[in-house]
Design a protein around this ligand. Structure first.
Ligand code: GLA
Length: 395
């Protein structure tokens, strides 16, 4: 929604005039490669998108945070002295979780009216929840600072947003999504070490190709999916491998050669999960080298290998994502394709020759409809900055 329209909607809901309304924006993300390894301390390569959550916000001088959205007809009110009691809200739980965690960290949470406008499709693997959390964290932190309390930089807000999702929403997600949403940079992927939170921006300079994001429109929720189960399987693998390999603190510390040496110590299913993690870490490093060297063919191959590993070893793809990526790969002009995000549904990312993007979309959408009965959606994405307060007049 344009700022003008959002402002009108805000006044319609909350009254007052436009003079003291502020706008905060946080990004959805794609992950180029490095899937299901952030919670194992691995390296990942996400990028912040132009699909985003925009919050119109105003302090209200009271003890309540009021929440509304443009895309759904839900409302919620959070008493700032009872922030622990909104875990089962039908809508507003992410915002409540962030307010709760920030308050526990010593931020001065003040009453405010918030209106959310999200263009990140829900349940699509593009981090709609992280964008809501980070936009909320940035708003509340800014208001905290302005009322004499603590404020956090974007990196800290990413960590607190992740904590909200872990502790409040009950999803044991890693740090990747919130970090990309808060810390992303225009036209760059974030090469993030999830064990140390050290990061480097890798310019996305594709000569002949573009990344195309396709939504399988198979919805899923991390709360219902096998996400937490996979995480637990990785912890089991680490516990066992620690007995054999000295000095490892996370699965990403395990080298390929050590893994192959001790793989037979792991039960079969756990071994498959750990094998994915160990080799996916390698693929991320190779992908960064390919991007730096402008080797698009190589990058495409690594995307394919990542998908096969998520399909056969980690088992988080499903027939829709497999069909979508296979149709993509079969198109002459697509160099590689993989699921992006948690899987079980949601989106894919494909590396496609720039001059063939329209033909690619036609080919894949027709084939996908035939194969699954579902309609795939394609997004015109651009890589943008992570989270910021919108300077009025810019959008
Ligand atoms: C979800 C989680 C992330 C990450 C991905 C899989 O998006 O929120 O932390 O684990 O799945 O790579």
């Amino acid at each position: 929604m344009e700022l003008k329209e959002l402002t009108e909607k805000f006044i319609e809901i909350y009254g007052g005039d436009k003079s003291d309304i502020r706008f905060f924006s946080a990004a959805g993300r794609i992950n180029v490669i490095g899937e299901h390894i952030d919670y194992c301390g691995g390296p990942v390569l996400p990028a912040a998108l132009n699909l985003r959550t925009l919050v119109a916000a105003r302090k209200n001088g009271g003890g309540v945070i009021r929440l509304a959205a443009t895309t759904i007809d839900k409302r919620a009110e959070l008493d700032i002295n009872k922030l622990n009691s909104y875990r089962n809200l039908e809508w507003g739980e992410y915002q409540a979780g962030v307010a709760y965690v920030l308050r526990n960290e010593g931020y001065n949470i003040v009453g405010c009216d918030l209106l959310y406008d999200t263009t990140v499709p829900f349940g699509s693997g593009l981090s709609s929840s992280a964008s809501i959390e980070v936009a909320t964290a940035l708003t509340l932190s800014t208001f905290s600072a302005e009322s004499g309390g603590k404020s956090g930089d974007n990196k800290e807000l990413a960590v607190l947003s992740q904590r909200a999702e872990n502790e409040y929403a009950g999803v044991s997600c890693g740090i990747m999504d919130q970090f990309a949403s808060a810390m992303g940079k225009k036209d760059c992927a974030v090469f993030l070490n999830c064990a140390t939170l050290d990061y480097e921006y890798i310019p996305i300079v594709l000569k002949d190709c573009a990344f195309v994001v396709a939504n399988s429109n198979k919805k899923r929720s991390l709360q219902e999916s096998k996400y937490n189960e996979r995480r637990a399987e990785c912890e089991t693998a680490l516990d066992i491998l620690k007995k054999h390999i000295k000095g490892i603190t996370c699965l990403a510390d395990v080298s390929v050669s050590d893994f192959e040496k001790f793989a037979d110590k792991l039960p079969e299913v756990v071994r498959k999960r750990a094998r994915h993690v160990v080799y996916e870490c390698e693929r991320v490093k190779k992908s960064v080298a390919a991007m730096r060297g402008g080797d698009e063919e190589r990058l495409g191959k690594l995307l394919n290998e990542s998908h096969y590993s998520l399909r056969d070893l980690y088992e988080v793809t499903g027939k829709e994502l497999d069909a979508l990526t296979e149709l993509s790969r079969n198109f002459d002009g697509c160099l590689g394709s993989r699921m992006t995000g948690a899987g079980f549904g949601g989106c894919t990312v494909s590396l496609v020759k720039k001059d063939k993007v329209s033909a690619f979309i036609k080919h894949v959408s027709e084939g996908y409809k035939k194969a699954t009965g579902l309609t795939a959606e394609f997004y015109e994405t651009a890589v943008e900055d992570g989270a910021f307060e919108v300077a009025l007049g810019i959008i």
